[in-house]
Design a protein around this ligand. Structure first.
Ligand code: MN
Length: 239
């Protein structure tokens, strides 16, 4: 079976694995994480990244936060100064909650440079979208959405910004024959009733339950669209 989740934003690995156990996820299943594993909380998602790169059944898609980190990765290179554009990118990244991620990656680089290099290489090779089939249905997975959408456009014709920073309106319609699954915009953006919950529309499903801002991530099983939430009674264990 195929499970998706998104926007972990520094959610603790231990708690995330608890959610996987609750869902009954096994090594035979695939887990797709739709970007924004890093930044904003805890260790900035570095422990989670270290785990993800070692899991054969976990796939990740590029989020705008991973893109921001990669755009200023020169900060880890002590052999040269930063170019002006890198300084501006770093400023923007720190504004978006990147400090803990930089600090923890820096520590990892000092302790285990090979593992650091492997993580950066993994992130650099992340796809910007993926198409999957589950339960006899087709899905397109993407971090933000599709700015400038037309059902006739090839997926490869969208640029980074269209895919990573898009925020679909509640009335946005995508494909008739496949469902888009996305994150990036916490669902409470669409109304208080959606807070902490997965939001399903006719043509897209938003699975960003708002872990960036104190909620917990959730899993969606694509085969039957079952939603699995982090137990509220375990909520205090997330810190
Ligand atoms: Mn995002």
């Amino acid at each position: 079976m195929v499970y998706v989740c998104s926007d972990l934003h520094g959610f603790p690995l231990k708690s995330f694995r608890k959610l996987l156990r609750k869902a009954g996820v096994t090594q035979e299943d695939t887990i797709c994480i739709l970007g924004d594993v890093i930044d904003r909380n805890g260790d900035g998602g570095v422990e989670m990244l270290r785990w993800i790169v070692k899991q054969k059944n976990v796939k990740m898609i590029m989020g705008n936060h991973e893109r921001m980190l990669l755009d200023c990765k020169g900060v880890f290179d002590r052999s040269r100064g930063l170019r002006l554009q890198e300084i501006l990118d770093l400023d923007n990244y720190l504004y978006n909650g990147g400090a803990a991620t930089i600090e923890n990656l820096e520590m990892l680089k000092n302790k285990n440079p090979a593992e650091f290099d492997r993580i950066v290489e993994y992130l650099e090779n992340l796809p910007y979208y993926a198409e999957v089939k589950a339960g006899g249905k087709s899905f397109v997975l993407v971090h933000g959405g599709f700015d400038g959408f037309s059902s006739h456009r090839k997926l490869s014709s969208y640029d980074e910004y269209d895919l990573l920073w898009s925020r679909p309106d509640i009335n946005t319609k995508y494909y008739a024959t496949k469902t888009v699954v996305l994150g990036h915009t916490p669902t409470y953006f669409y109304g208080k009733d959606c807070k902490g919950r997965i939001l399903k529309t006719d043509t897209w499903i938003n699975i960003d339950t708002g872990a960036a801002y104190g909620e917990a991530p959730a899993l969606l099983r694509l085969d039957d669209l079952k939603e699995i939430y982090f137990n509220k009674e375990n909520y205090n264990e997330r810190i």
